[in-house]
Design a protein around this ligand. Structure first.
Ligand SMILES: C[S@@+](CC[C@H](N)C(=O)[O-])C[C@H]1O[C@@H](n2cnc3c(N)ncnc32)[C@H](O)[C@@H]1O
Length: 261
């Protein structure tokens, strides 16, 4: 794109290829060629839109175990925000922790299946977007998260949403939990990062027979039928398979709702 032919007052949101809003932070995916003009246009955006306080653009994709990108700040300075979703609030610093607002309806779909009194295990808990709504349904939740920063936000978010008495936070590698609990959980939600499908079998050992597992995995569409057969052969009843958004060309996040035999 030739920046010289774009009128200087063109709204940055209209030029962006993608926009992610986390609280009052707008994360823009900018086309090449806009670099020099981006700060000025981002400043204008913040001045015009009361719901945007900070404008960022990613300079890397999600990196490492924490699944956090690096950003360039285009306008504003604060990367801490409070994101609201279905009446719950999540405080977080986008430079420290993963958060994907596009999974809001998926999280609610899972939470609505939970009954009061259930014992639920959530490894890879992040700042709590699965943990808080599940606990708010009256479940007792064990949340496991390796990142100290995510654990701090998770504990704060449990308090802010009034569910801290029903959530136990383990700051730990999810793999280290195996054997710490008997097969007693009624349900587990496993939002595993890319490449950690092996955690399903390990977590499933802590779920009681007949319990439910919501297992997230990154796959191409043509891999789903085979995976369904494998899970079936491993003794799970595959109750639902759903695509929950694209993550790369041809690769999507899928959720398998599994009932343990
Ligand atoms: C894809 S994010 C999902 C976070 C959250 N469930 C959500 O939906 O926003 C994965 C999370 O797992 C954490 N994580 C990565 N490897 C881990 C491990 N081995 N044990 C525990 N947590 C881990 C990361 O720090 C990150 O917060």
């Amino acid at each position: 794109m030739d920046k010289d032919v774009i009128p200087a007052d063109t709204d940055l949101l209209h030029l962006s290829r993608g926009i992610t809003m986390i609280g009052d932070i707008a994360i823009l995916s900018l086309p090449p060629g806009l670099d020099a003009a981006a700060e000025e246009r981002a400043g204008a955006l913040v001045a015009r839109r009361k719901n945007i306080r900070t404008v960022l653009t990613k300079v890397t994709s999600l990196e490492g175990d924490r699944r956090v990108a690096r950003y360039r700040i285009l306008a504003g300075s604060c990367t801490v925000t409070v994101h609201r979703e279905f009446g719950f609030s999540y405080a977080l610093d986008v430079r420290e922790v993963f958060f994907n607002p596009r999974l809001a309806s998926e999280r609610m779909r899972v939470a609505l299946q939970v009954s009061a009194g259930e014992e639920v295990l959530v490894p890879f808990a992040g700042v709590g977007p699965f943990v808080v709504p599940v606990a708010a349904r009256g479940a007792r939740v064990v949340a496991v998260e390796k990142s100290p920063a995510a654990c701090r936000w998770l504990s704060e978010n449990c308090r802010a949403n009034g569910v801290e008495e029903r959530v136990r936070v383990h700051e730990a590698d999810a793999a280290s939990l195996i054997g710490m609990y008997p097969p007693s959980f009624d349900r587990s939600v496993i939002p595993a990062p890319y490449g950690m499908d092996g955690m399903l079998a390990r977590v499933a050992r802590m779920v009681r027979p007949g319990g439910m597992i919501h297992f997230y995995t990154f796959k191409k569409r043509h891999q789903i039928a085979d995976l369904t057969r494998v899970l079936d052969a491993e003794g799970y009843e595959v109750v639902t398979v759903r695509r929950c958004g694209n993550v790369a060309p041809c690769v999507s996040r899928w959720v398998f709702d599994l009932q343990k035999a």
